[in-house]
Ligand binder design. Structure first.
Ligand code: C2E
Ligand code: CA
Ligand code: CA
Length: 641
């Protein structure tokens, strides 16, 4: 009890928010308190001027008023920003203590005055004590400790003085009256103060909740990392605060390789565990270097106060770390990470340009440098510029006039009879000239034109098929985008149904990467197409990362071995591999086609290794349908070989 009272009196358990609020309120009230004390003291001195000695009526109240005035000025000049919690508590304690000392001084002085004056003057003293106490209590309503001490140090001595020393019943009654009124006023003050305390508490609770909500809105729940919103708002702020002389800044975008396949195969729970572990590894790797965030899905990003070379050096290690196996419930999973980095060195860029550059570099990593970081370079800049030109020309293109197809024969490896033709898109822009499909198809995918393009090309392919013998298959390339677009798949199906062409003559060619981009969507789309009777071939086999057994979950009927194994720069070194791939296809009962056959020697090897069909410049280049008709009629030297 006593301990609690002491704790309360010494403000030992007052929290920072409460103390700050009390201080704020007292700053406007304490100067008034000192003003009230000083005026009242001078007034009391004035009424006792005749009756008492000068030091009693002038010097003492003058000194008390001077002390009060100095304190009031000190309070008015306090700068709240320069007070921390400890300083505020110290000041509040000092205010309460000074309250005691001044009250004691005032009461001793005023009781001493009663000796000199007559009944009128004593009445003034009584009134002085009464109104001054009540006034002080009100001014100290935000420091109840001070109010209690001031009230006790004045009303109790005053009451005791009359009870013990005077015997004058009127003044005893007045003193009792003052004492009781003070008690009531104190009670009211305490009620008011506890309402004030509750308000402060609820305000600080609201502020805390607010902070928590903001934090939640800025945090990715799975990894605990900052989320996309926070990342971009930080990035924008950092970029806006920069000038040409600022230290270089590197922005990196990280994308996990093979994560979607792992997620599809093992389920979302395992996928979530992998992402959480990736988050933990990234937090560790970037501790002390820079900030890292999860942008969504399997995409992460970081900001480093470093130049491109340092960022690449750091990220090379981070990519290796991310490629280490992940231990999840029961399964160990290996995935990788690719990264694109863009830096501000010597350039004034805005946040979105910097991000676009990092994203472009990431795209390059994904397509040709998997598992490694790539720095956005001059060459990328040039490529982007020409892609922009292609994009603009494609947006403005009159596809009916500018788009055509070429057909490239695929022949039986043993008999050399024409077994199929591959349909290859050709676009000649009136402004840019002929553009390779390897350039404009990705641009069409990014800009959403690809649906229109694919449907138009497929119509041309069907028209070409109608002019070819029933025994000749027609191979048609689909992009990843086509596969995940139900609208495109439906358009292809209805075009095929409305044609005279037997669906079994159509072979849809798709790369492994396209199939893996969204495995579930691929399974669905390919299921529908093969149910219709069309065939599915894996194009560019050997350049992706999927195992054939995994792809066997899809209705795949053929394999097209990538031309880098047949005629690429490293083709000779990869001969063993080429033989092994052909053997594997045979063992799985999948017919295999070799593309890019350019020399007799390559053809001989392929035939020897057991490849089923051949395609390449040695047999024929891609050509318009009319030229193909002539080619078919002409006796072919190669066919006799
Ligand atoms: P792809 O599907 O691998 O097509 C084969 C590419 O190899 C064609 O290039 C063809 O002209 C070329 N080629 C054929 N024989 C040889 C050879 O002996 N040596 C060499 N070095 N190259 C040979 P093209 O026509 O430039 O097409 C490039 C890529 O563009 C295609 O690769 C395909 O992925 C894509 N593409 C072409 N047409 C279409 C289309 O209609 N739709 C979609 N989505 N993609 C298409
Ligand atoms: Ca192809
Ligand atoms: Ca190919």
């Amino acid at each position: 009890m006593l301990k609690n009272a002491m704790q309360w009196l010494t403000l030992a358990s007052v929290g920072p928010e409460m103390a700050a609020k009390q201080f704020q309120e007292l700053r406007s009230q304490v100067p008034l308190l000192y003003a009230l004390l000083s005026v009242n003291a001078l007034a009391l001195g004035y009424t006792h001027y005749e009756a008492s000695p000068v030091w009693m009526s002038l010097l003492v109240p003058g000194a008390l008023a001077a002390i009060g005035g100095l304190r009031a000025i000190a309070w008015l000049r306090y700068d709240p920003d320069s007070f921390d919690h400890a300083a505020i508590i110290h000041l509040l304690r000092r205010t309460a203590a000074l309250g005691c000392i001044l009250s004691a001084a005032y009461i001793v002085w005023s009781l001493r005055l009663t000796v000199f004056g007559g009944p009128d003057e004593r009445a003034h003293v009584a009134m002085f004590v009464g109104i001054t106490v009540i006034g002080c209590i009100f001014c100290l309503s935000h420091l109840p400790q001070g109010a209690v001490l001031v009230a006790s140090f004045t009303t109790i001595p005053y009451l005791l003085f009359y009870l013990l020393a005077s015997g004058n019943t009127v003044y005893i009654a007045i003193a009792l009256n003052i004492f009781l009124v003070t008690l009531v006023v104190m009670r009211v003050l305490m009620n008011g103060f506890s309402a004030f305390a509750k308000l402060v508490q609820s305000q600080s609770e609201t502020a805390r909740l607010n902070r928590e909500v903001t934090l939640l809105a800025h945090t990715d729940m799975l990894t605990g990392l900052p989320n996309r919103r926070l990342f971009f708002s930080d990035l924008r702020q950092m970029m806006a605060a920069r000038d040409a002389a600022s230290a270089p800044l590197s922005l990196g975008v990280i994308d996990l390789d093979r994560f979607k396949a792992a997620n599809d195969t093992y389920g979302h729970l395992v996928g979530d565990q992998i992402l959480a572990q990736v988050g933990a590894r990234l937090t560790e790797e970037f501790a002390g270097w820079g900030s890292v965030a999860r942008l969504g899905g399997d995409e992460f990003a970081f900001i480093l106060e470093a130049d491109g070379e340092s960022a690449i050096a750091l990220m090379t290690g981070v990519c290796q770390r991310l490629a280490e196996p992940y231990l999840t419930d029961g399964v160990t999973i290996s995935i990788g990470a690719s990264c694109g980095i863009a830096t501000t060195t010597g350039m004034k860029l805005d946040a979105s340009t910097l991000y676009e550059r990092a994203d472009y570099a990431l795209y390059t990593s994904k397509s040709s440098r998997r598992g490694l970081p790539t720095l956005y370079s001059e060459a990328h800049e040039a490529a982007v510029r020409s892609e922009r030109a292609v994009e603009a020309a494609l947006q403005a293109a009159d596809l009916d006039r500018e788009l055509t197809i070429h057909l490239q024969p695929v022949v039986n490896a043993r008999t050399h009879a024409l077994s199929a033709v591959e349909v290859l898109a050709r676009w000649t822009s009136p402004t840019l000239g002929p553009i390779s499909p390897a350039v404009f198809v990705p641009v069409a995918e990014r800009t959403g034109i690809v649906h229109r393009l694919t449907v138009k090309l497929f119509d041309m392919a069907l028209a070409a098929a109608a002019d070819l013998p029933d025994t000749t298959a027609v191979c048609f390339n689909l992009s990843a985008h086509d596969l995940t677009s139900p609208g495109t798949i439906l358009s292809l199906i209805s075009a095929l149904r409305n044609s005279e062409i037997a669906p079994s003559r159509i072979v849809f060619e798709l790369t492994e990467t396209a199939m893996l981009r969204d495995f579930e969507a691929a399974r669905e789309a390919l299921g529908v197409l093969s149910a219709l009777g069309a065939q599915i071939a894996i194009d560019d086999f050997g350049t992706g990362h999927a195992s054939l057994s995994y792809l066997r979950e899809l209705p795949i009927g053929r394999v097209k071995i990538d031309r880098s194994f047949v005629s690429g720069e490293k083709a000779l070194e990869r001969r063993d591999l080429l033989g092994a791939v052909i053997a594997m296809c045979r063992s799985l009962g999948l017919p295999c086609v070799a593309e890019g056959v350019e020399t007799e020697e390559q053809m001989a090897f392929l035939r020897e290794a057991g490849c089923d069909a051949l395609q390449g410049y040695l047999i024929a280049r891609p050509m318009p349908a009319a030229a193909l008709r002539d080619w078919m009629k002409a006796p072919r030297a190669v066919a006799a070989a």
